[in-house]
Design a protein around this ligand. Structure first.
Ligand SMILES: Cc1cc2nc3c(=O)[nH]c(=O)nc-3n(C[C@H](O)[C@H](O)[C@H](O)COP(=O)(O)OP(=O)(O)OC[C@H]3O[C@@H](n4cnc5c(N)ncnc54)[C@H](O)[C@@H]3O)c2cc1C
Length: 417
Protein backbone atom coordinates (compact mmCIF):
# COMPACT_ATOMS: atom_id res chain seq x y z
CA UNK A 1 0.00 0.00 0.00
CA UNK A 2 1.00 3.64 -0.37
CA UNK A 3 0.71 6.35 2.28
CA UNK A 4 0.95 9.90 0.92
CA UNK A 5 2.36 12.43 3.40
CA UNK A 6 4.43 11.93 6.55
CA UNK A 7 2.68 14.40 8.86
CA UNK A 8 1.11 13.07 12.08
CA UNK A 9 -1.62 11.11 10.23
CA UNK A 10 0.68 9.46 7.68
CA UNK A 11 3.62 8.78 10.00
CA UNK A 12 1.40 7.27 12.73
CA UNK A 13 -0.55 5.11 10.28
CA UNK A 14 2.68 3.91 8.66
CA UNK A 15 4.04 2.87 12.05
CA UNK A 16 0.85 1.10 13.15
CA UNK A 17 0.64 -0.90 9.91
CA UNK A 18 4.36 -1.56 9.47
CA UNK A 19 4.60 -2.95 13.00
CA UNK A 20 2.07 -5.59 11.96
CA UNK A 21 4.02 -6.51 8.84
CA UNK A 22 2.03 -4.61 6.21
CA UNK A 23 4.40 -3.84 3.31
CA UNK A 24 4.07 -0.16 2.48
CA UNK A 25 5.63 2.86 0.82
CA UNK A 26 5.44 6.18 2.63
CA UNK A 27 5.89 9.09 0.22
CA UNK A 28 6.64 12.57 1.57
CA UNK A 29 7.04 15.68 -0.60
CA UNK A 30 9.31 17.50 1.79
CA UNK A 31 12.92 16.38 2.35
CA UNK A 32 12.70 17.05 6.12
CA UNK A 33 10.16 17.53 8.92
CA UNK A 34 11.43 21.06 9.61
CA UNK A 35 8.93 23.90 9.10
CA UNK A 36 9.24 27.53 10.12
CA UNK A 37 6.07 27.19 12.24
CA UNK A 38 4.56 23.97 13.51
CA UNK A 39 1.79 23.09 15.91
CA UNK A 40 2.93 21.73 19.23
CA UNK A 41 -0.08 21.44 21.55
CA UNK A 42 -1.26 17.92 22.23
CA UNK A 43 -4.59 17.67 23.98
CA UNK A 44 -5.43 14.75 26.28
CA UNK A 45 -7.24 13.25 23.24
CA UNK A 46 -4.00 13.17 21.22
CA UNK A 47 -1.98 11.92 24.18
CA UNK A 48 -4.53 9.11 24.65
CA UNK A 49 -3.96 8.19 21.00
CA UNK A 50 -0.18 8.10 21.51
CA UNK A 51 -0.72 5.96 24.63
CA UNK A 52 -2.91 3.56 22.62
CA UNK A 53 -0.07 3.31 20.09
CA UNK A 54 2.27 2.36 22.94
CA UNK A 55 4.30 5.56 22.45
CA UNK A 56 3.95 7.12 25.92
CA UNK A 57 6.00 8.23 27.70
CA UNK A 58 7.48 9.94 24.66
CA UNK A 59 11.15 9.40 24.01
CA UNK A 60 13.19 11.73 26.23
CA UNK A 61 14.93 13.17 23.14
CA UNK A 62 11.63 14.85 22.12
CA UNK A 63 11.27 18.25 23.80
CA UNK A 64 7.98 18.32 25.71
CA UNK A 65 6.41 20.40 28.46
CA UNK A 66 3.00 20.21 30.09
CA UNK A 67 1.00 23.42 29.89
CA UNK A 68 0.30 24.77 33.38
CA UNK A 69 -3.07 26.30 32.49
CA UNK A 70 -5.15 28.74 30.47
CA UNK A 71 -5.68 32.45 31.11
CA UNK A 72 -8.04 34.91 29.45
CA UNK A 73 -7.60 38.67 29.51
CA UNK A 74 -9.97 41.33 28.15
CA UNK A 75 -9.40 45.09 28.11
CA UNK A 76 -6.37 44.73 30.34
CA UNK A 77 -8.15 42.69 33.03
CA UNK A 78 -7.77 38.98 33.71
CA UNK A 79 -11.20 37.38 33.35
CA UNK A 80 -10.16 33.98 34.70
CA UNK A 81 -7.46 31.35 34.69
CA UNK A 82 -7.77 27.59 34.89
CA UNK A 83 -5.02 25.16 35.89
CA UNK A 84 -4.25 22.00 33.92
CA UNK A 85 -5.13 19.12 33.79
CA UNK A 86 -8.74 20.29 34.25
CA UNK A 87 -9.93 16.82 35.29
CA UNK A 88 -8.25 15.05 32.36
CA UNK A 89 -5.98 12.06 32.80
CA UNK A 90 -3.07 14.00 31.28
CA UNK A 91 -2.41 17.74 30.95
CA UNK A 92 -2.37 19.43 27.56
CA UNK A 93 1.30 19.11 26.60
CA UNK A 94 3.54 21.04 24.23
CA UNK A 95 5.59 18.63 22.14
CA UNK A 96 8.28 19.34 19.54
CA UNK A 97 6.34 18.03 16.54
CA UNK A 98 9.35 18.03 14.25
CA UNK A 99 11.23 15.76 16.67
CA UNK A 100 8.12 13.62 17.20
CA UNK A 101 7.68 13.11 13.44
CA UNK A 102 11.37 12.31 12.96
CA UNK A 103 11.20 9.82 15.81
CA UNK A 104 8.05 8.18 14.38
CA UNK A 105 9.76 7.90 10.99
CA UNK A 106 12.83 6.37 12.62
CA UNK A 107 10.57 3.67 14.10
CA UNK A 108 8.89 3.18 10.70
CA UNK A 109 12.31 2.74 9.05
CA UNK A 110 13.16 -0.04 11.50
CA UNK A 111 10.25 -2.23 10.36
CA UNK A 112 10.77 -4.63 7.51
CA UNK A 113 8.88 -4.29 4.23
CA UNK A 114 8.79 -0.49 4.46
CA UNK A 115 10.06 2.05 1.98
CA UNK A 116 10.18 5.74 2.88
CA UNK A 117 10.58 8.17 -0.03
CA UNK A 118 11.31 11.70 1.20
CA UNK A 119 11.50 14.82 -0.94
CA UNK A 120 9.33 13.07 -3.55
CA UNK A 121 6.04 14.86 -4.27
CA UNK A 122 3.15 12.83 -5.61
CA UNK A 123 1.71 14.45 -8.71
CA UNK A 124 -1.26 12.20 -9.51
CA UNK A 125 -3.11 9.06 -8.49
CA UNK A 126 -2.86 6.01 -10.79
CA UNK A 127 -6.21 4.69 -11.89
CA UNK A 128 -7.25 1.37 -13.32
CA UNK A 129 -10.46 0.47 -15.04
CA UNK A 130 -11.97 -2.58 -13.42
CA UNK A 131 -15.12 -4.43 -14.37
CA UNK A 132 -16.96 -2.74 -11.55
CA UNK A 133 -15.57 0.76 -12.08
CA UNK A 134 -12.49 2.94 -11.64
CA UNK A 135 -10.05 2.20 -8.81
CA UNK A 136 -7.00 3.99 -7.42
CA UNK A 137 -4.08 1.56 -7.73
CA UNK A 138 -1.10 3.73 -6.82
CA UNK A 139 0.50 7.14 -7.29
CA UNK A 140 2.78 8.87 -9.76
CA UNK A 141 5.75 10.87 -8.42
CA UNK A 142 7.23 14.09 -9.81
CA UNK A 143 9.91 12.23 -11.80
CA UNK A 144 7.34 9.93 -13.43
CA UNK A 145 8.03 6.97 -11.08
CA UNK A 146 4.91 4.92 -10.46
CA UNK A 147 4.33 3.38 -7.05
CA UNK A 148 1.57 0.78 -6.99
CA UNK A 149 -0.43 -0.52 -4.05
CA UNK A 150 -3.80 -2.08 -3.29
CA UNK A 151 -4.64 1.05 -1.28
CA UNK A 152 -3.52 4.68 -1.31
CA UNK A 153 -4.05 6.59 1.93
CA UNK A 154 -3.94 10.34 1.33
CA UNK A 155 -2.50 12.04 4.43
CA UNK A 156 -1.26 14.96 2.36
CA UNK A 157 -2.65 17.79 4.44
CA UNK A 158 -5.25 20.52 4.14
CA UNK A 159 -4.45 21.35 0.50
CA UNK A 160 -4.49 17.62 -0.43
CA UNK A 161 -3.54 17.08 -4.07
CA UNK A 162 -5.04 13.58 -4.02
CA UNK A 163 -8.35 14.96 -2.75
CA UNK A 164 -8.44 17.47 -5.59
CA UNK A 165 -7.38 14.95 -8.24
CA UNK A 166 -10.06 12.55 -7.04
CA UNK A 167 -12.66 15.31 -7.42
CA UNK A 168 -13.64 15.05 -3.74
CA UNK A 169 -15.07 18.31 -2.45
CA UNK A 170 -14.94 19.53 1.12
CA UNK A 171 -18.14 20.66 2.76
CA UNK A 172 -16.97 24.04 4.00
CA UNK A 173 -17.83 25.36 7.45
CA UNK A 174 -17.96 29.04 8.35
CA UNK A 175 -16.00 31.87 6.81
CA UNK A 176 -12.27 31.60 6.01
CA UNK A 177 -9.95 32.85 8.75
CA UNK A 178 -6.38 34.02 8.75
CA UNK A 179 -3.98 33.04 11.50
CA UNK A 180 -0.70 34.92 11.54
CA UNK A 181 2.07 33.25 13.48
CA UNK A 182 5.01 35.01 15.11
CA UNK A 183 7.92 33.81 17.21
CA UNK A 184 9.37 36.18 19.78
CA UNK A 185 12.77 34.83 20.66
CA UNK A 186 14.96 35.92 23.46
CA UNK A 187 18.66 35.25 23.87
CA UNK A 188 18.22 35.39 27.66
CA UNK A 189 18.04 32.05 29.45
CA UNK A 190 15.37 33.55 31.68
CA UNK A 191 13.12 35.27 29.13
CA UNK A 192 10.95 37.80 31.06
CA UNK A 193 8.05 37.33 28.62
CA UNK A 194 8.12 33.54 29.08
CA UNK A 195 8.36 34.10 32.84
CA UNK A 196 5.24 36.31 32.78
CA UNK A 197 3.34 33.58 30.91
CA UNK A 198 4.19 31.05 33.68
CA UNK A 199 3.71 28.09 31.34
CA UNK A 200 0.13 29.11 30.53
CA UNK A 201 -1.65 29.49 27.21
CA UNK A 202 -2.77 33.12 27.37
CA UNK A 203 -5.54 34.66 25.26
CA UNK A 204 -5.70 38.45 25.01
CA UNK A 205 -8.70 40.42 23.77
CA UNK A 206 -8.67 44.19 23.45
CA UNK A 207 -9.36 47.06 21.05
CA UNK A 208 -11.05 44.74 18.52
CA UNK A 209 -8.02 42.43 18.40
CA UNK A 210 -7.50 38.91 19.63
CA UNK A 211 -4.33 36.89 19.96
CA UNK A 212 -2.89 34.05 21.98
CA UNK A 213 0.63 33.36 23.16
CA UNK A 214 2.60 30.70 24.99
CA UNK A 215 6.23 29.78 25.65
CA UNK A 216 7.08 27.36 22.86
CA UNK A 217 9.05 24.11 23.22
CA UNK A 218 10.98 25.36 20.20
CA UNK A 219 12.24 28.25 22.34
CA UNK A 220 10.92 31.79 22.62
CA UNK A 221 7.24 32.67 22.66
CA UNK A 222 4.82 31.71 19.89
CA UNK A 223 2.07 34.21 19.20
CA UNK A 224 -0.97 33.49 16.98
CA UNK A 225 -3.12 36.33 15.74
CA UNK A 226 -6.61 35.37 14.58
CA UNK A 227 -8.54 37.63 12.22
CA UNK A 228 -10.93 37.67 9.33
CA UNK A 229 -9.08 38.11 6.04
CA UNK A 230 -10.87 41.41 5.29
CA UNK A 231 -9.33 43.05 8.40
CA UNK A 232 -6.39 45.38 7.69
CA UNK A 233 -3.05 44.20 9.06
CA UNK A 234 -0.23 46.31 10.50
CA UNK A 235 2.43 47.22 7.93
CA UNK A 236 5.64 46.72 9.88
CA UNK A 237 6.93 44.57 12.73
CA UNK A 238 6.98 47.67 14.94
CA UNK A 239 3.29 48.30 14.12
CA UNK A 240 2.44 44.69 14.94
CA UNK A 241 4.27 44.92 18.27
CA UNK A 242 2.43 48.12 19.16
CA UNK A 243 -0.96 46.58 18.23
CA UNK A 244 -0.31 43.63 20.59
CA UNK A 245 0.80 46.00 23.32
CA UNK A 246 -2.32 48.16 23.00
CA UNK A 247 -4.58 45.14 23.46
CA UNK A 248 -2.58 43.81 26.42
CA UNK A 249 -2.62 44.31 30.20
CA UNK A 250 0.09 46.75 31.34
CA UNK A 251 2.79 44.25 32.44
CA UNK A 252 2.46 42.27 29.20
CA UNK A 253 2.38 45.47 27.11
CA UNK A 254 5.64 46.59 28.73
CA UNK A 255 7.31 43.24 27.99
CA UNK A 256 6.09 43.24 24.39
CA UNK A 257 7.32 46.79 23.76
CA UNK A 258 10.70 45.77 25.21
CA UNK A 259 10.99 42.88 22.74
CA UNK A 260 13.62 43.87 20.12
CA UNK A 261 12.24 44.02 16.58
CA UNK A 262 14.97 41.72 15.29
CA UNK A 263 13.82 39.08 17.79
CA UNK A 264 10.36 38.90 16.19
CA UNK A 265 9.99 36.33 13.39
CA UNK A 266 6.92 36.28 11.16
CA UNK A 267 4.21 36.81 10.36
CA UNK A 268 3.60 33.53 8.59
CA UNK A 269 0.04 33.58 7.31
CA UNK A 270 -1.99 30.40 7.55
CA UNK A 271 -5.29 30.78 5.69
CA UNK A 272 -7.79 28.51 7.40
CA UNK A 273 -10.91 27.16 5.80
CA UNK A 274 -12.55 24.59 8.03
CA UNK A 275 -14.37 21.75 6.32
CA UNK A 276 -14.88 18.02 6.03
CA UNK A 277 -15.54 15.40 3.41
CA UNK A 278 -18.91 13.73 3.69
CA UNK A 279 -17.26 10.57 2.40
CA UNK A 280 -13.57 9.91 3.04
CA UNK A 281 -13.01 7.18 0.46
CA UNK A 282 -13.24 6.02 -3.11
CA UNK A 283 -12.33 2.53 -4.35
CA UNK A 284 -8.63 2.12 -3.50
CA UNK A 285 -8.31 5.57 -1.89
CA UNK A 286 -8.79 6.75 1.72
CA UNK A 287 -8.26 10.27 3.04
CA UNK A 288 -7.20 10.97 6.62
CA UNK A 289 -6.15 13.93 8.77
CA UNK A 290 -6.34 17.46 7.41
CA UNK A 291 -6.83 16.04 3.90
CA UNK A 292 -10.26 14.76 4.98
CA UNK A 293 -11.13 17.44 7.53
CA UNK A 294 -9.09 20.67 7.77
CA UNK A 295 -9.64 21.83 11.35
CA UNK A 296 -9.98 25.25 12.91
CA UNK A 297 -6.86 26.30 14.86
CA UNK A 298 -9.00 26.90 17.96
CA UNK A 299 -8.04 24.69 20.90
CA UNK A 300 -5.40 22.84 18.90
CA UNK A 301 -7.19 19.87 17.37
CA UNK A 302 -5.43 19.05 14.07
CA UNK A 303 -2.58 16.82 15.29
CA UNK A 304 -4.82 15.15 17.85
CA UNK A 305 -7.52 14.25 15.35
CA UNK A 306 -4.92 13.10 12.80
CA UNK A 307 -3.46 10.65 15.36
CA UNK A 308 -6.94 9.35 16.24
CA UNK A 309 -7.77 8.94 12.53
CA UNK A 310 -4.64 6.80 12.13
CA UNK A 311 -5.60 4.50 15.02
CA UNK A 312 -9.16 3.95 13.86
CA UNK A 313 -7.98 3.42 10.28
CA UNK A 314 -5.38 0.84 11.38
CA UNK A 315 -8.00 -1.09 13.39
CA UNK A 316 -10.20 -1.45 10.30
CA UNK A 317 -7.43 -1.90 7.73
CA UNK A 318 -5.36 -4.58 9.46
CA UNK A 319 -7.91 -7.36 9.00
CA UNK A 320 -8.82 -6.24 5.45
CA UNK A 321 -5.41 -5.64 3.84
CA UNK A 322 -3.80 -8.50 1.97
CA UNK A 323 -7.07 -10.35 1.44
CA UNK A 324 -7.78 -11.58 -2.07
CA UNK A 325 -10.63 -9.27 -3.13
CA UNK A 326 -11.10 -5.53 -2.98
CA UNK A 327 -14.63 -5.76 -1.54
CA UNK A 328 -13.34 -6.29 2.03
CA UNK A 329 -11.00 -3.36 1.67
CA UNK A 330 -13.71 -1.05 0.38
CA UNK A 331 -15.95 -2.11 3.24
CA UNK A 332 -13.17 -1.21 5.68
CA UNK A 333 -12.76 2.21 4.03
CA UNK A 334 -16.49 2.88 4.33
CA UNK A 335 -16.39 1.85 8.00
CA UNK A 336 -13.44 4.16 8.76
CA UNK A 337 -15.17 7.07 7.07
CA UNK A 338 -18.44 6.48 8.92
CA UNK A 339 -16.75 6.04 12.30
CA UNK A 340 -14.45 9.07 12.12
CA UNK A 341 -17.16 11.44 10.83
CA UNK A 342 -18.81 11.31 14.25
CA UNK A 343 -15.94 12.70 16.30
CA UNK A 344 -14.73 15.12 13.63
CA UNK A 345 -18.13 16.73 13.09
CA UNK A 346 -18.74 17.10 16.81
CA UNK A 347 -15.31 18.62 17.36
CA UNK A 348 -15.67 21.01 14.42
CA UNK A 349 -19.08 22.11 15.71
CA UNK A 350 -17.59 22.68 19.15
CA UNK A 351 -14.70 24.69 17.67
CA UNK A 352 -17.24 26.81 15.75
CA UNK A 353 -19.04 27.60 19.04
CA UNK A 354 -15.73 28.47 20.69
CA UNK A 355 -14.91 30.80 17.78
CA UNK A 356 -18.35 32.42 17.91
CA UNK A 357 -17.86 33.19 21.64
CA UNK A 358 -14.39 34.61 20.99
CA UNK A 359 -15.63 36.71 18.07
CA UNK A 360 -18.54 38.06 20.10
CA UNK A 361 -16.05 39.30 22.68
CA UNK A 362 -13.56 40.59 20.12
CA UNK A 363 -16.16 42.64 18.25
CA UNK A 364 -18.10 44.00 21.25
CA UNK A 365 -16.12 46.56 23.17
CA UNK A 366 -18.99 47.19 25.63
CA UNK A 367 -19.30 43.47 26.44
CA UNK A 368 -15.56 43.15 26.99
CA UNK A 369 -15.65 46.19 29.25
CA UNK A 370 -18.62 44.83 31.19
CA UNK A 371 -16.83 41.51 31.76
CA UNK A 372 -13.55 43.24 32.59
CA UNK A 373 -15.12 45.53 35.20
CA UNK A 374 -17.17 42.71 36.74
CA UNK A 375 -14.38 40.08 36.57
CA UNK A 376 -14.37 39.76 40.37
CA UNK A 377 -17.76 38.01 40.38
CA UNK A 378 -18.35 37.15 36.67
CA UNK A 379 -14.89 35.55 36.25
CA UNK A 380 -15.67 32.41 38.30
CA UNK A 381 -18.95 31.96 36.41
CA UNK A 382 -17.24 32.41 33.04
CA UNK A 383 -14.54 29.98 34.13
CA UNK A 384 -17.11 27.33 35.05
CA UNK A 385 -18.96 27.70 31.75
CA UNK A 386 -15.74 27.67 29.75
CA UNK A 387 -14.47 24.53 31.47
CA UNK A 388 -17.78 22.76 30.83
CA UNK A 389 -17.50 23.64 27.13
CA UNK A 390 -13.99 22.16 26.86
CA UNK A 391 -14.60 18.50 27.66
CA UNK A 392 -15.07 17.40 24.05
CA UNK A 393 -12.23 19.57 22.75
CA UNK A 394 -9.87 18.13 25.34
CA UNK A 395 -10.88 14.49 25.49
CA UNK A 396 -12.52 13.88 22.12
CA UNK A 397 -15.64 11.68 21.97
CA UNK A 398 -15.67 9.17 24.79
CA UNK A 399 -17.13 6.59 22.37
CA UNK A 400 -14.11 6.68 20.02
CA UNK A 401 -12.52 3.24 20.03
CA UNK A 402 -8.73 3.65 20.09
CA UNK A 403 -7.91 0.00 20.59
CA UNK A 404 -5.87 -2.04 18.17
CA UNK A 405 -6.81 -5.70 18.59
CA UNK A 406 -4.12 -8.30 19.21
CA UNK A 407 -2.49 -9.67 16.08
CA UNK A 408 -3.61 -13.15 17.09
CA UNK A 409 -7.27 -12.11 16.87
CA UNK A 410 -7.00 -10.90 13.29
CA UNK A 411 -6.84 -12.22 9.74
CA UNK A 412 -4.74 -10.86 6.89
CA UNK A 413 -1.39 -9.21 7.57
CA UNK A 414 -2.11 -8.74 11.23
CA UNK A 415 -2.18 -12.49 11.80
CA UNK A 416 0.93 -13.21 9.80
CA UNK A 417 3.03 -10.55 11.53
C1 LIG B 1 1.49 27.10 12.73
C2 LIG B 1 0.57 25.95 13.04
C3 LIG B 1 0.22 25.69 14.37
C4 LIG B 1 -0.62 24.61 14.66
N1 LIG B 1 -0.87 24.33 15.96
C5 LIG B 1 -1.46 23.15 16.27
C6 LIG B 1 -1.49 22.69 17.61
O1 LIG B 1 -0.94 23.33 18.51
N2 LIG B 1 -2.12 21.52 17.88
C7 LIG B 1 -2.73 20.79 16.89
O2 LIG B 1 -3.30 19.73 17.20
N3 LIG B 1 -2.70 21.20 15.61
C8 LIG B 1 -2.06 22.33 15.27
N4 LIG B 1 -1.95 22.72 13.98
C9 LIG B 1 -2.59 21.90 12.94
C10 LIG B 1 -1.80 20.63 12.69
O3 LIG B 1 -0.45 20.93 12.41
C11 LIG B 1 -2.42 19.86 11.52
O4 LIG B 1 -3.81 19.75 11.70
C12 LIG B 1 -1.82 18.46 11.47
O5 LIG B 1 -0.42 18.55 11.21
C13 LIG B 1 -2.50 17.63 10.39
O6 LIG B 1 -1.78 16.43 10.22
P1 LIG B 1 -1.82 15.69 8.81
O7 LIG B 1 -0.88 14.54 8.95
O8 LIG B 1 -3.20 15.43 8.42
O9 LIG B 1 -1.28 16.75 7.75
P2 LIG B 1 0.09 17.57 7.70
O10 LIG B 1 0.72 17.68 9.03
O11 LIG B 1 -0.23 18.80 6.94
O12 LIG B 1 1.03 16.64 6.84
C14 LIG B 1 0.82 16.47 5.47
C15 LIG B 1 2.13 15.98 4.86
O13 LIG B 1 1.89 15.66 3.49
C16 LIG B 1 2.96 16.15 2.71
N5 LIG B 1 2.47 16.35 1.36
C17 LIG B 1 1.66 17.34 0.90
N6 LIG B 1 1.44 17.19 -0.41
C18 LIG B 1 2.11 16.09 -0.80
C19 LIG B 1 2.28 15.43 -2.05
N7 LIG B 1 1.73 15.88 -3.17
N8 LIG B 1 3.07 14.32 -2.09
C20 LIG B 1 3.66 13.84 -0.95
N9 LIG B 1 3.54 14.44 0.25
C21 LIG B 1 2.77 15.54 0.33
C22 LIG B 1 3.37 17.44 3.40
O14 LIG B 1 4.70 17.80 3.09
C23 LIG B 1 3.20 17.07 4.87
O15 LIG B 1 4.37 16.57 5.46
C24 LIG B 1 -1.15 23.81 13.63
C25 LIG B 1 -0.85 24.09 12.30
C26 LIG B 1 0.02 25.15 12.00
C27 LIG B 1 0.36 25.41 10.58
Amino acid sequence: MVIAGAGPAGAALALLLARRGVPLTLVEASPSSARQFRGEALMPSGLAALAAMGLLPLDASIAQRPLTGWAFWANGQQLFQVAEPMGSERPCTLVDQEALLDWLLEQVHRQSGVRVLRGRPIVAPLLSDELNGERVVGVELDDGTRVRGELVVACDGRASLLRRKAGMELKLQGEPLDVRWFRLSSAAADDPLARWLRGQFVTVLGGGDSFALYASVYGGVQLGWLQDPAQAVPATTADWRERWAQASPTPLATLLRACPLEAIQGPVRLPVQVGHLENWWQPGLLLLGDAAHPMSPLRAQGINMALRDALVAARHLLPALGKAGSADLDQALAAISAERQIEIRRIQASQAQELARAELLRRNGWLRQLLATSAGWSGPLLSQRWQASQTLLRQGCAATDLTIPDAAMMDGFAASA
